[in-house]
Structures are given as C-alpha cells and as structure tokens.
Design a protein around this ligand. Structure first.
Ligand SMILES: *[C@@H]1O[C@H](CO)[C@@H](O)[C@H](O)[C@H]1NC(C)=O
Ligand SMILES: *[C@@H]1O[C@H](CO)[C@@H](O)[C@H](O)[C@H]1NC(C)=O
Ligand SMILES: *[C@@H]1O[C@H](CO)[C@@H](O)[C@H](O)[C@H]1NC(C)=O
Ligand SMILES: *[C@@H]1O[C@H](CO)[C@@H](O)[C@H](O)[C@H]1NC(C)=O
Ligand SMILES: *[C@@H]1O[C@H](CO)[C@@H](O)[C@H](O)[C@H]1NC(C)=O
Ligand SMILES: *[C@@H]1O[C@H](CO)[C@@H](O)[C@H](O)[C@H]1NC(C)=O
Ligand SMILES: *[C@@H]1O[C@H](CO)[C@@H](O)[C@H](O)[C@H]1NC(C)=O
Ligand SMILES: *[C@@H]1O[C@H](CO)[C@@H](O)[C@H](O)[C@H]1NC(C)=O
Length: 511
C-alpha cells in the first residue's frame, strides 16, 4: 500500500535529521563508557583520568557530578555527561533557585575547562521512581532555564535516560509505542527535546531482551553475530531486516516517537552492555558473550552502520560499564558488567581491530590462539584435522620440511593450526574455542624460524591487514559453531514472520 502522506513525512524526517547532522561539527559516532562507583578500591580522580587517557576513552557518563573528578578532567578533551541523582529531583524541580545553584555548582564551576556536554536528569525515573514522574519535566525545565541564563544551552544538552520498558510492543519495531500511561510526561518531554535539540536517552540491553524471551530471540541476534538471512528478523510492516536486537530496540524508540509526531529527536544509548559473570540462573553472563557483545557493539557503532530504519543516523552508545562494581548486591551479574576490574586489569580482551586506538588494552594485534595444556591427543588431533580441513586454516608451515614442523607433535601443530584459523576469522570471539581445547594468549608462540600467524614478525612479509567488513563469512562460522557442538536453534526467529516477497513495494512507497 502506498501512502503519499507517509512518504512526505519520511522525506521530511530524513531531511531534518540530515540537516541536523551536517550542522553539528563533531558528528563522528563514538562509544563512551559509564563510570559507576560502587567499587571498593576506586582509582583516585587523577589516576582515573590518566587511565581514561591511556585507554583513549573520549566520552564518559557519570552518575553524579563528582567535584574532584570534574576538576581532574579539566583540559583533557574527555567529554562528560553529568547526572542529577534521582534523590535531588524533588528539590530541583520545585525551585528555580535550587536548579540555578545546581548548575552553578556542578556545571558552570567547571565549564569549559571540563567539557561537560550533557546533563542526565535522573535515571530511569518513570520506571524506578514513578512518584517523581510529575517533577521530572519541571526539573529539566528549571535546569534548562539556568543554562539559558548562563548562555550554555547550545553547548550543553539536557535530557533524561529511560529504561527500555517505557516502550511497549517493541518487536517488531514498527509497532512500538510509549506506554500511554506515561504520555502526560513523554509528550511534553519529547517536545522539549525537539525544541532544544537534545537526544532521547535510552538504556538498552539486548541481554535482558534475550533473557526474557529465550527461545524467541536468538542469542546470535543479541550478540551482533553474523547471521544467515534466515536468522535475520524481518519487520512484517516495513520489511526491514534486523540482524541484531540493539538496532531493533533503537528503531522501536524512533517508531514510538513517530507515533507522537516527534521526528527530529535522535536516540542516544546511555547504557548498553553484557555481564561477564552470573549465578546459576544467568548462564549467558559469560566472558565470551560479554566480549562478543561489547566488541561487536563497538565495531557496529564505529562502522557507522545506523539502523535499518535510519541507516544514515548512527546512535552513539555508552557502554555499561567501565569497572566491575564489586559492591553491588546480587544477582552476581550486577557486579560483573565492567570492561575492567577496579585495578584496571581488563576483565577480557576486546576484539575491536579497526576501531582505531579506542580502548588501548585491545591487544588484538598481539593475541594468538593455541592448544591448551593437558588435553588428550585424540581430541587435539580431531580439532587439528578439522582446522586444516573444513576450517581451511593455512597449515602449510606445519608440513614436513616447513618452518613449523618441529617440534613434530600434535600439540604444537594444533597450536599453529588454531592460530591460523583464529587469524583468518579475524580473531572474532568464538573463533578460538575448538570444543574448549584452545585458548587465547598474548604471548607470541613463534619460535626460531617458525612465525605464527598474527606475529609482529609476519608484518615484514606483506600480510593483508584484516578488514573488519570481511571478517568471517557466515558459512564458515556455521561450520565452526557446529564443531563446537554449541547448538543454537536455527528456527527461532524473533519476529516469527518471515516475508520474502520480491519486488513488493516497500511500505513507504518509492516516490
Ligand atoms: C521557574 O521559572 C520559570 C520561568 O523561567 C517559571 O515558569 C516557573 O514557574 C518557575 N518555577 C518555580 C517553581 O518557581
Ligand atoms: C505503563 O505504565 C504504568 C504507569 O507507570 C504502569 O503501571 C504499567 O504497568 C505500564 N504498562 C506496562 C504494560 O508496562
Ligand atoms: C500526529 O499528527 C497527525 C496528523 O497531523 C494527527 O492526526 C495526530 O493526532 C497527531 N498525533 C499526536 C499524538 O499529536
Ligand atoms: C593495558 O595498557 C597499558 C598501556 O598500554 C599497559 O601498560 C598495560 O600493561 C596493559 N594491560 C594489560 C593487562 O595488557
Ligand atoms: C596494531 O596494528 C596496527 C596496524 O598494523 C598498528 O598501527 C598498531 O600500532 C598496532 N597496535 C598495537 C597495540 O600493536
Ligand atoms: C599459507 O602460508 C604460507 C606460509 O606462511 C604462505 O606462503 C602461503 O601464501 C599461505 N597460503 C595461503 C593460501 O594464504
Ligand atoms: C624482514 O625480513 C628480512 C628477510 O627475511 C629480515 O632480514 C629482517 O630482519 C626482517 N625484518 C624484521 C623487522 O623482522
Ligand atoms: C574493506 O573491504 C570493503 C570491501 O572489499 C571495502 O569497501 C572497504 O573500503 C574496506 N575497508 C577498509 C578499512 O579497508
């Protein structure tokens, strides 16, 4: 069905967003981090800032406006979202004077030496402290007035992060809408965001979507893994294909806004992440899944992939979170969302080659995949045979007479083959497993004239640099998954309706 009105509407929508994009100077998509502080040995503000700089982290969100940290961030170019904690909303929302003094004390006192870019007013207020809902917009408006008075309202945006649960029927995205019970707050809030050019802040967790819809939403879609077309989620109304849950959640927010005629507000993902450890009820909170999710998330954003509904607009994302918050109460996952332990050692090594220098402890260049110690020869031999056979690892150097033939034993040959496979797969998470007999190491296993794939010594011989768009064809990955015995249901398709109707006019019409 053609709908000319809708078509014009969409064109208008794209125009507005594109104009906004062109007008904004630094429009490179970025990935930032949330810094929660329920940590027993949090770094001192100066050490924390040095750590952020070492890791090339350029955008952070704080859950308060800690004066020492804001001071330490001065002259660093690190961009900061400061927050008004929920328990201060009432005071700020009921007094313009309090709001003005909050801005004076927490923003003006540091700006512009400290690059405060936004103020997050409360956190998930509508869902966690609904009694404060009536005060939310007054608080935002009072703070905005104070920013206007200081002439900082164009540089510093004001918004409020929401839980994903304010959006009902999020899948398929085109049917999503904001919970109508919240309309009295949402509509004027969105109008405020539209008027002031501020983003809609959303905390979006494919992890919870997956956990609450097991068997419906496949793990692969939640983790941004490469999918065969049959595993993509198709929105039956728009025929847009979704390869991952986060994009669907972002588009659900866009469609929800569209339902309220708000078309020029961007979505900013203030939180997203995956826990690396959980209790017995959280079996998917694993290092491997957390690594896969966050690595793929970073690549997805920095590749400027946009969403199916808005391919031209890539939402910025703040990863939840920088440090494991060991002081958080159970479930265990709550204390394990961090990329790093409090002492700055990484919880896992991200796989984000091609993302520039962001998160310098990405040791992608220096990771290798080798056989584990203490594995029986038969199992190792089977994995070696698979790697050099169907896995198409380059095993020429472990043939007799070649540099890696010696020492001539299964373990050392398997290590070479695993490493070859791992690098050919672009070091994607999951490509160093081999039914659990392989492990990642940062120690270069090369010896003598035997140079392992990925070794710095290889760069001498013009070896192709991994191009992230060419990483791991879906067919290889499927083969690999079946080797791991990791059965992932192929028939579970989130939107359940798969429509492959060639040449059907898309719902938005052609002209
Ligand atoms: C705060 O100021 C605005 C105008 O700037 C005004 O409309 C509003 O009533 C004031 N609120 C309070 C609580 O004084
Ligand atoms: C919609 O919001 C209201 C008010 O906060 C809440 O009571 C209700 O449970 C929400 N509805 C759904 C389906 O979540
Ligand atoms: C959105 O706009 C349409 C067409 O102008 C109108 O019919 C509808 O009532 C509006 N909806 C809202 C929530 O303002
Ligand atoms: C992380 O990176 C820093 C700076 O490059 C380095 O000093 C530190 O050893 C790295 N830590 C790990 C565990 O690789
Ligand atoms: C990773 O490789 C790229 C390209 O070869 C290089 O520019 C960069 O310095 C390397 N990073 C590390 C940490 O070795
Ligand atoms: C396999 O590895 C050898 C030695 O490193 C290299 O000369 C050869 O070009 C590689 N073959 C392929 C198909 O990449
Ligand atoms: C590069 O290869 C040549 C010849 O194989 C060798 O002499 C040289 O040391 C190598 N350079 C590096 C940096 O490994
Ligand atoms: C990766 O490969 C694709 C297709 O071959 C190409 O369009 C793209 O420019 C490449 N990207 C980089 C960073 O080399």
């Amino acid at each position: 069905m053609e709908n000319p009105k809708l078509t014009l509407f969409i064109i208008f929508y794209f125009t507005v967003l594109n104009t906004a994009k062109a007008a904004d100077p630094d429009k490179e998509p970025f990935v930032g981090v949330n810094i929660g502080t329920d940590v027993s040995n949090l770094l001192s503000p100066t050490d924390l800032v040095s750590f952020l700089q070492v890791q090339k982290i350029t955008h952070i969100r704080l859950y308060d406006a800690d004066p020492d940290l804001l001071k330490a961030l001065a002259k660093t170019k690190i961009r900061v979202i400061v927050s008004v904690p929920n328990n201060q909303l009432l005071a700020i929302g009921s007094s313009n004077t309090t709001a003005a003094s909050w801005i004076g004390k927490n923003v003006i006192a540091y700006y512009p030496e400290t690059l405060i870019t936004a103020i997050a007013v409360g956190d998930e207020v509508l869902t966690t402290v609904p009694s404060s809902a009536p005060i939310l917009l007054p608080a935002i408006e009072s703070l905005y007035s104070a920013l206007v008075a200081a002439n900082l309202h164009t540089q510093i945006k004001i918004s409020t992060p929401h839980a994903a649960s304010i959006i009902l029927d999020p899948f398929p995205p085109s049917q999503a809408f904001f919970n109508q019970s919240l309309s009295s707050v949402m509509l004027p809030l969105l109008q405020f965001l539209s008027k002031t050019g501020a983003p809609l802040m959303m905390n979006l967790y494919p992890y919870y979507v997956f956990m609450q819809n097991k068997g419906v939403v496949p793990l692969d879609n939640s983790l941004f893994k490469p999918l065969t077309p049959s595993k993509e989620m198709v929105d039956p109304n728009t025929l847009l294909h979704y390869t991952n849950v986060l994009d669907a959640m972002i588009d659900a927010a866009y469609f929800s806004m569209k339902n309220l005629n708000i078309t020029d507000v961007m979505v900013l993902v203030t939180e997203s992440g995956w826990p690396s450890k959980g209790d017995s009820k959280e079996p998917y909170a694993t290092i491997d899944n957390a690594d896969t999710y966050n690595s793929n998330l970073i690549k997805h954003i920095l590749d400027r992939s946009g969403t199916p509904f808005h391919p031209e607009v890539t939402s910025n994302v703040y990863i939840y979170e920088l440090f494991n918050e060991d002081l958080r109460s159970p479930p265990i996952s709550e204390a394990n969302w961090g990329l790093f332990h409090a002492n700055t050692t990484p919880v896992y090594l991200l796989h984000v080659s091609g993302s520039g220098t962001f998160l310098a402890n990405d040791t992608t260049n220096q990771t290798y995949c080798i056989a584990m110690d203490g594995v029986d020869t038969k199992t190792l031999q089977a994995a070696l045979d698979w790697a050099c056979g169907p896995g198409r690892a380059n095993c020429s150097d472990i043939q007799p007479g070649e540099p890696c033939y010696q020492p001539n034993n299964v373990k050392s040959h398997a290590s070479y083959a695993f490493d070859s496979y791992y690098h050919e797969q672009g070091k994607t998470s999951g490509s160093c497993d081999f039914k659990g007999v392989a492990m990642i190491t940062t120690t270069d296993p090369s010896h003598g004239s035997c140079i392992f794939p990925g070794s710095k010594k290889v760069s001498n011989k013009t070896k192709a640099v991994v191009n992230s768009t060419q990483i791991s064809g879906a067919a290889d990955r499927l083969r690999f998954i079946s080797l791991r015995g990791n059965q992932i249901s192929a028939n579970a398709v989130a939107f359940s309706i798969l429509l492959f109707i060639p040449f059907m006019t898309p719902w938005w019409g052609v002209q």
